[in-house]
Ligand binder design. Sequence first.
Ligand code: ZN
Length: 117
Amino acid sequence: MKKLAITKILCTSEVSQAEFESDVLDDRYEALREDLVALLDKHGFEYQSAETSFLGFSKYSLVRCQQCGNYMTDRHENPAGLEGVSEHEELVYQGATHEGNQLCEMCLPEGHRWALA
Ligand SMILES: [Zn+2]
């Protein structure tokens, strides 16, 4: 039976306020789209669409886990996390400050309130 394969690709870029407010970002998106169209075509895929959303680092207490580098929101600083804010919660891990280090849910010690295990 023939099937339509739908592949979702997520990518991130840290954007300065100046870039956010300028046309530079639009130019980067257009260049990325053009390259993606060519790359996807080369591998038998057809580009369909892209959507970009923005999360403020300070507003949502976003940091990189000091152990693994995953993006995380420090639930001590942002108790509400990203629930209802972002549809990409799978990209930004839960985390907390533990013994002076900001660690994501994967790196926090077992049994910690925000640890996965
Ligand atoms: Zn981590």
